[in-house]
Design a protein around this ligand. Sequence first.
Ligand code: NAD
Length: 418
Amino acid sequence: MELYDHPTFQMACRQFDLVADYLQLPDKDRDRLKFPKRSLTVALPVRLDDGSHRVFAGYRVQHHLTLGPTKGGLRYHPEVTLGEVAAMAMWMSWKCALTGLPYGGAKGGITCDPAGLSLAELERLTRRYTQEMIPFIGPHVDVMAPDLGTNEQVMAWMMDTYSMHAGHSVPSIVTGKPVAIGGSVGRREATGRGVGYLINRAMDLVGLDAARATAVVQGFGNVGAVTAHSLAKYGVKVIAVSDVRGGIFNPRGLDLPRLEEYASHQRTVVGFPESEPLAGDQVLLTPCDILVPAALERQITEANAPRLQCRILAEAANGPTTPEADHILRQRPEVFVIPDILCNAGGVVVSYFEWVQDLQSFFWTETEVVDKLFRILEAAFTQTLNLSKKQNLPMRWAALSLGIKRVHEAKRLRGLFP
Ligand code: NAD
C-alpha cells in the first residue's frame, strides 16, 4: 500500500516482518495484520487571527478493529504525514495487545506548528478537525488522546465539539481531558510515571543503585518532564535534558522543580541558569546510566547507536530507535532496552481507565489508578522479560511478539473482516 509510504511506516513494517518471521506467521495473514483497516484524510479550512484563512491537512488511521474500539493519540507537528500516523497506529495495536487492553490501535495528526498558532487559532483548528472526524469516531468506535503537541485543553475542545453535536455530554469520546470535565486523576502523569516505574524495575535487574545513577532525558514535554520527576523520586540524578531548542547539562543534577518553572515561563529549557548548554545532537551521547528519548521517532540511528554511553535505554517516545540501530544494540548486551510499546504504555493504560470511568460515570482515587497501572505494567514487563530470556530474544522482539500474537489469534477466531 503505497498510500502509507514513509520512513517511519517502513520502519514499523520492518519490525513487524522480522517478528512475523520469528513467529512463523502464515504469509496469507501478514498483510491483514500489517496494513491499517481504515484511514481518513481531511482538509481543514481555518480562519486565522489576521482575517485570512489557511487549509491544514488532518489524518486519522484506525489500524485494526478486532479487539474493540480503536485508541490512540492526536499529534500536532509540522512533519505529520499519513504514513507517520499509520506507523504509530500500528505500534498502538501491539502496545494495547501487550498490555491486554480491549482496543485496536489508532493515531491522528494535523500537519501544523502549534507553537506558531494563537490559542484561538488552535481552538478553531481542533474544533474543525473534530467536526470532520464525527462520522469516523465515537466512544465505541475510536477514542483519541493527547500526543506530541496536544494537551488536556485540546482534548477539552474535542470533547465539547463532539458533545454539542450529540446534544449531550460525551466525556468518553476522548481521554486525557481535564479532571473537571470527566478526566481521570493520574492521566496527565501516567506515561512518565510508567516510564519511571519500568526504569526502576530495569535498575534492579541490571544491578544499578538508584541513589548513584544518572539520567539524561531528550524532550521536556509531558512525557519527558514527568519521567524526569519520577526518576528523581526514585533517587536518580537527572544530569541533562533537552527540547526542540537545545539541551542543558549539570553534572551535579538539575533542580527539576526550578527547571519546570523556568520552562513554563520561557517555553524552553535552554538558558536555565544552573546549567551549561549542550548541543541537541550531543544529548543522546552524554555518558549516563539511564538514557530516555522522550521526543520524536528515529532519533537513535546506526550513526549514534555505537556511541551511546548508557546502561538502560528507556524508550519513552514512540519509535525512537531505527531497525539499523536495533541491530547494533543487539551486539551491545550491556545496554538494556525497554522497548517503546512497553516503556510508554502507562499513557494508554490510564487512558483505558479514564474511558471505563467515563462509561460508568464512577470515578476512582489516584491510589486506585496508580495501583492498577503498576500492576498492568508489572505483568507486561515480566511477560516480556520471561519470553526474552527463555527464547534469547531482544526485549523489543519479545514485546512485539506478545502483542502481534494476540492480535493474530483474535483475527483467527473472528474471521476475515475486522
Ligand atoms: P510534548 O509535545 O508534550 O513534548 C515533546 C517534547 O519534545 C517538547 O519538549 C519538544 O520541545 C521536544 N522536542 C521536539 N522535537 C525535538 C527534537 N528534535 N529534539 C529534542 N526535543 C524535541 O509531547 P509528549 O506528549 O511528551 O510526547 C513525547 C513522545 O512520547 C512522543 O513520541 C509521543 O508519541 C510519546 N508518547 C506520548 C504519550 C502521552 O501520553 N503524551 C504516550 C505515549 C507515548
